[in-house]
Design a protein around this ligand. Structure first.
Ligand SMILES: Nc1ncnc2c1ncn2[C@@H]1O[C@H](COP(=O)(O)OP(=O)(O)O)[C@@H](O)[C@H]1O
Ligand SMILES: [Mg+2]
Length: 244
């Protein structure tokens, strides 16, 4: 469904992604792990065309991020949830969720509202549709961020450290929603430092190190002593995370 082929990305003279290739299949739940600065966010931004590639290609279905018209098609199929929510402060929760389906997909307002209401129920925030973002907690904002992304009925959801600005209680309410999505077969590409959670919901783990794919393994294999942990770099990363 998504093919990432030998992607190169630099900022100035600094190489950030150095020949990254990955294939994401429908229904995959792929966690992307790696140290801070390893290029995880840059990869996510390349997939939805927020960064221009210096080499290689990324295709979603038949569409390439390198073609402007095709990128618009990709943005209808791939939605992103950001670490800092990025909700529109001047719009109500309902308007935040219905805006893109109406503007980008051309839905009737009533259809968009029905969908939004369904999603608000899913994340347990059905009573917040008339609230403004400033009236919500961080965990609630992020659940709305997820609703907004899902309102586009995307084929794939990109999530970049969506819980790292949240306290533990709010983190768990957001992770619960994501676990439900993973079970329901939504394709997820999930950048996280929540290793235990990644281990629970993913079927595959990708480990990025200095802009390269250091491991791309089935989950069980990645965490086993004779799999991912045989790589000293990965063992060091996992041991450090375990001790946190
Ligand atoms: N717009 C930018 N301009 C210059 N350097 C950047 C930019 N965005 C990211 N970088 C650099 O790219 C590297 C990888 O960043 P990032 O993809 O955010 O890593 P991660 O998400 O894994 O922490 C970092 O060294 C960061 O400073
Ligand atoms: Mg990042």
């Amino acid at each position: 469904m998504i093919s990432i082929n030998n992607v190169q990305k630099s900022f100035g003279n600094t190489v950030i992604l150095d020949g990254v290739s990955l294939t994401i299949n429908k229904g995959d739940v792929v966690s992307i792990l790696g140290a801070s600065g390893s290029g995880k966010s840059t990869l996510i931004r390349c997939i939805n065309g927020l960064e221009r590639l210096n080499g290689g290609d990324i295709k979603v279905g038949e569409n390439s991020v390198k073609n402007k018209v095709e990128l618009n098609e990709i943005r209808k199929k791939v939605s992103t949830v950001f670490q800092h929510f990025n909700l529109y402060p001047h719009l109500t929760v309902l308007d935040n969720i219905t805006l893109a389906p109406i503007e980008v997909l051309g839905w009737e307002k009533s259809k968009a509202i029905t969908k939004a209401t369904e999603l608000l129920n899913l994340v347990g925030l059905q009573d917040k549709s008339d609230s403004y973002p400033s009236q919500l907690s961080g965990g609630q904002k992020q659940r709305i961020g997820i609703c907004r992304a899902l309102a586009m009925e995307p084929e794939c959801l990109l999530l970049d450290e969506v819980t790292s600005a949240l306290d533990p209680e709010m983190t768990s309410e957001v992770l619960d929603v994501l676990a439900d999505l993973a079970r329901s077969g939504t394709t997820l590409i999930f950048v996280t430092h929540e290793i235990a959670f990644a281990r629970k919901i993913s079927n595959r783990i990708v480990f990025l190190d200095e802009g390269k794919v250091r491991a791309d393994m089935e989950k069980e294999q990645f965490f086993s002593n004779d799999g991912g942990r045989q790589d000293p770099r990965i063992k060091r990363f996992l041991d450090k995370m375990d001790s946190k």
